[in-house]
Design a protein around this ligand. Structure first.
Ligand SMILES: C[S@@+](CC[C@H](N)C(=O)[O-])C[C@H]1O[C@@H](n2cnc3c(N)ncnc32)[C@H](O)[C@@H]1O
Length: 177
């Protein structure tokens, strides 16, 4: 994304939301995928590492929002052109994403990359179906750009028609600041 923004020569901001707290599985993944070059400990704050990797893109305004995504807020009036989600697997978090970011999506323009869209097929747990079912129940608002990437969990969609996402659950608290 940062490379794309850099090459576009446009003032586009990127907002990233994550806990940046390494789990045991992630420490193993990091070790394996880097061929032993990246060794992190379970519980370690990984945001400084992410920032280091992104140093070549210092010209791109990248904003880091560290914490539970259930508290995520969209801080700008700006519209969202590209929404990538690799965390909101279940109803509770995905609903929050929809209420928080959905009103800033642009009909006919915004692309959604939902990396857990087909995840439920790998798990024997119906609660992982929420994301997929919510989208497919609204075919007039979303259409596939790529239904499934390389047999994995990712789907790419376009937001096609205005949808009333309603207010986030904690909207009164938000209003009061
Ligand atoms: C599958 S990983 C993302 C990997 C990333 N897309 C990549 O390709 O390198 C999922 C990420 O979501 C974060 N995450 C999951 N649930 C979260 C939550 N409730 N709040 C904040 N971050 C969360 C985890 O910390 C983890 O970094």
């Amino acid at each position: 994304m940062a490379l794309g923004v850099l090459e576009s020569n446009k003032q586009i901001s990127i907002h990233c939301y994550d806990n940046w707290r390494a789990t045991k599985v992630e420490t193993q993944k990091a070790h394996e995928k880097s061929n032993g070059a990246l060794n992190i400990e379970a519980g370690q704050d990984t945001l400084p590492i992410v920032k280091r990797y992104l140093e070549p893109f210092s010209a791109v305004p990248i904003h880091f929002h560290k914490g539970n995504i259930i508290n995520a807020r969209w801080p700008e009036q700006q519209q969202i052109g590209l929404y990538i989600d690799d965390a909101a697997k279940k109803a509770h978090t995905f609903r929050h994403m929809l209420h928080t970011f959905g009103p800033h999506w642009v009909p006919g323009e915004t692309i959604l990359v939902l990396m857990d869209y087909w995840y439920f097929q790998k798990k024997d747990d119906a609660s992982f179906r929420f994301q997929h079912d919510w989208i497919t129940q609204r075919p007039e608002h979303f259409s596939y750009v790529e239904e499934r990437i390389e047999g994995g969990s990712t789907a790419i969609l376009k937001y096609t028609q205005v949808y009333d996402f309603g207010k986030p659950k904690n909207w009164i608290r938000r209003l009061l600041g």
